[in-house]
Ligand binder design. Sequence first.
Ligand code: TXA
Ligand code: MG
Length: 324
Amino acid sequence: MILDGKVQAHLSQAVHALARGELVGLPTETVYGLAADACNDDAARKIYSAKGRPADHPLIVHIADASQASHFARDIPDFAQALMARYWPGPLTLILHRQPAVAPVPSAAQDTIGLRSPSHPVAHALLQACAAQGIHGLAAPSANRFGRVSPTCARHVADEFGPDLLVLDGGDCPVGIESTIVDCTRGAPVVLRPGDIPRSDIETGSHWQPLGPEPSAPGTLKAHYAPHAKVRLMDAKSLQTALDVLGDDAPAMGVYARSRIHSSAKKLVLRSMPDDPRDVARELFACLRWFDKRGVRLIWIETPPDDASWEAVHDRLQRAAASA
Ligand code: TXA
Ligand code: MG
């Protein structure tokens, strides 16, 4: 992709900021990241303090392409190479054995490291420009304060970190939820965090046997993605019954449902959920922030269908509800 002059100017500004050890807001196809040079320990520490993130929660390192992987990872198994070839650039993070001397801060001193090559053209252009300056990768967690909703547009990042942070504006994130994370250190791929790439596509490859049960990913918490309002998940019937009980006097609250919901309550903020799980993923985090802006204290959300295609959305909703 050819980037226009303005984006190009911002890109070189971003490369210089990163080279100086500063943080940059980075658009990716999944969510916006808060990026630092992965090999600059002081810069990586700034990410933890800006986010308020515990130091034992490892960060994902973003690289331009698979050729940069061996700078950070060793003993990369064939099936991981196959996953890179098939899904990179794209919304897939691979957990690999770390090169011992590299990126101790982003990896939270684990002997593994999470690597991902994003497909967003601005992220890709920035990573290539960084590589040309000797910056091999960018550590970047989602650009939100610890435990809060991930940002899916540049405005969300400015809302989180204020106007002083340089944020590259790459528009709305086309995927909208974070990458699928796959542990590649156990002899076969194991999905640690569901995302846009379905679990079945990853775990039922022809080169390996599925493994179970899942190990835990440090930093994957039950409660996460919390808007300020309390989130509750309910099936359509319970949701309708509860609204009927509240009647006209329901407090200022949000409802996000696929089914047709009726209520005469004046303070109710109703938003319909799309039928396609990918459409829901794309708008979900912006939608939670939108409800917060409307000042509701409570968001009732219709539980998604019990189907594999909804796994990633269900995962994010459960974590948002667990924070309540
Ligand atoms: O789509 C995404 O993955 C976004 C964009 C910005 O790339 N990034 C993102 O980063 O979601 P973050 O920090 O919010 O989530 C990273 C998660 C950690 O919470 C942790 O569970 C897992 O990745 N992780 C990172 N390194 C790991 C490692 N070495 N072992 C196990 N899990 C790891
Ligand atoms: Mg996050």
